[in-house]
Design a protein around this ligand. Sequence first.
Ligand code: PLP
Length: 413
Amino acid sequence: METTSKPIQFDVSSIRRQFPLLAETMNGKPLVFLDSAASSQKPQVVLEKIDYYYRHLHANVHRGVYRLSQEATDAYEHGRKVARRFLNAAKEEEIIFVRGTTEAINLVADTYGRKYLNPGDEVIVSGLEHHSNIVPWQLACSHYSAKLRVIPVLDNGTLDLDAFRKLLNDRTKMVAVAHVSNTLGTINPIKEIITLAHDKDIPVMVDGAQAAPHATIDVQALDVDFYAFSGHKVYGPTGIGILYGKQKWLSELPPYQGGGEMIAQVTFDHTTFAELPHKFEAGTPNIAGAVGLGAALEFVMETGRETIASHEAGLLSYATEQLLAIPGLRIYGTAPDKASVISFLLNNVHPYDTGTILDQLGIAVRTGHHCTQPLMDRFGIPGTVRASFGVYNTTEDIDQLVAGVRKAASMLQ
Ligand code: PLP
């Protein structure tokens, strides 16, 4: 097999120093963290911003005339401004703070379902979706007697777009697809999917959970109707995420939850709702989360999304080549356009056993179905071992992974 040279690294060691947790040990070994697709580690700047917020700025938002409450509101709303810039949304009103991708999709499936789904209607998802982009639509479909249709996945992990074209019809009310597959790494051609759906006046929701850490996202250029991502996968805190929605949709949809913050006027007879984005933000929000998310997105934009993407592309091709050199190892997901996620299996070895040996070596990978059981069924496997890379990973991390997998292969195969 030909050997390719190791990728040129940007100053990854200075990036790594900004992530305190990467200096920890696991099972007595230096931690090799290869599970960023599940949740990434946090840079110092995010930790400091959250700490500063609680020490110096905390009060409830949008309610007080007093200065501290206004400062807290400014800090919270700054997170929204940064998220708008991150997605290149036209307006801040189109940026809704949610708990994460899961809540964003539930919000849209529930409210869109209430307003637009009728018996006999259809919603299209793809065969590589995370359960988060299947189950909320399934719930909505079953409630309104609508039907869930599925874009098939080809052997290399790409979507069958010819089949997609045929699925689109007069009954289709929504297309919901992932930007990037969390299991296979496939980058879906979402611009093409959106154009095909819009040709038939069908809105599209994109699950951007795995794209936000790796790609530049421009919701206006994509002309996407809804776009969701989670803070914790993009170097921000848990419990916060973003739902982008075109203003025309968000204005038309009914509220998701009722409570404080989302109202204009309440009487026992009738309630009117707040303007966007507050209509969808009932109750005291995750203020510190929004502050931390803003810091994380600024970190990503300052590091440079193209720089991050090219660093990770180098890691992906190096890891792919090194792993494929291991006898009996098969990679699932060989799309030409992939993010830095590699799923693999060793011949006749359960993924859990490989993961356990790697754990003993201090190497954190994910094993199992990765919340994509229908995709595992499609490939006829119980799960995979998944290594995923972030801005802080190095070729040395991959060398450790490869040595660990070789060890697992010699012990288990
Ligand atoms: N969609 C994809 C593609 C994911 O990878 C994940 C998480 O792994 C989710 C949705 C759900 O994200 P969260 O658990 O942050 O809501």
